[in-house]
Ligand binder design. Sequence first.
Ligand code: ZN
Length: 503
Amino acid sequence: MLVSFQPFIFVAMSNELYIYNSLTREKQLFNPLNPPFVGMYVCGPTVYNEVHLGNLRTFISFDLIYRWLTVLGYKVRYVRNITDVGHLENDADEGEDKISQRARLEQLEPMEIVQKYTNRFHEVLNVFRCIPPSIEPTATGHLIEQIDLIRIILSKGFAYEVNGSVYFDVKKYAEYYNYGVLSGRNIEELLSGTRDLDGQEEKRNPLDFALWKKAGATHIMRWPSPWGEGFPGWHLECSAMSTKYLGTTFDIHGGGMDLKFPHHECEIAQHCAAHENAPVNYWIHGNMLTLNGKKMSKSDGNFVLPFDLTNGTPPLVDKPYSPLSVRFFMLQAHYGSTLDLSMEALSASDKAFRRLQQAIKDVATISPGATASDFDAQEWANNCKSAMNDDFNSPILIAHLFDAVKIVNACKDKKRSLDALQLTILKDNLNLYFYQVLGLDNPESASSQTELLDGVMNLILDLRKAAREQKDWNTSDKIRNTLQSLDIVIKDGKDGSTWQINN
Ligand SMILES: [Zn+2]
């Protein structure tokens, strides 16, 4: 008789991390190959224009994952590439290189385009509090590795050269390996969806993809190779660079959902063809961001950039939002779910964020009481941890943080008291999750900003007190009304006046 096994209840309560693996399509216990070291590769941007808001969401999701792995004690080597060559306009190896095209339009050198948008990308990620990766390799900096990889794939018989270009032989590969293992697509289905494209006649099969493309006479970005002057195919760089920095098998590979096919499927194929083993143990894919219920699209005008949100750019953005509010908004959804951005949702999230921020400030001022209340601080802290260990479930974590906000507010209003141990657990964990895990500010800048505001407000309240003592009601009212318009409320009491940011 089979003994029934009920692991799932324990899963949620345990210290072990479970990750939804896109490859196996199930939540799996995370077992790194070489603990405490973890290798994580995330596909970075193609630096030919401003970083898209959907991409920002993906990078914030992996920032959360990186932070949590670090908090669990893992030493993570986080590699995120910069694609600065080889990404063509469409997935069928056709069209102009995106960077060359932009260089032509902006009348700049391709490498000026690369530098300009790499700088912008770093600026955006920094503003939205993403920790930089451990290594940020570029495709153009790894041409030797890419050419070597093509040589290996050719030598194993899974690629062929035609007229100075090299293509991956998908049909041959599928005789030995499962092409479609990640995306769940099969070759017959894929073939029925292909159409004849001009310039595809070099390929033996429409599903074959370029490892190396011959550069036409006018193509600017070109390098010498054993097959003549050309440039690498887009999928190749990630295989070459992940292997170089993380080894022939590594723990985590991530990216946006849209990269699952063909990009990641092709990465797996290249890698298996060359090294005869699967490259990655856990594949993680971040889901899409929509705007006002629809796919974001520049041509339809349904499109905002990250800095449009922080600048309050009309007509789609109603007012400026702080980058931390935007980050908080994104973390309120699980990385694997779609998220719809609307001004109503962002505004509600902004208010919630300020409530949480205020509680973080307030918890520092609470003194322990003599008696313990019925709040089980340790259980609450365990619940926070379990949420993150359950596939980095930030929305559940945030719900637990708001349970703590209620406790903090009750203590502040003297309706509840916590003993020293309860208070320490509450304070330490609120700070841990707010600052380190969710990355909703760094403690230094938060305390200095808070101190600055406190100092300015104390001065204003002193001036108002002096005005009232001299019965200068005009000045006193002006201070109160102006502050009110900034959502700062003054409360006059027996022991003097206090202030509070109104949520
Ligand atoms: Zn990639």
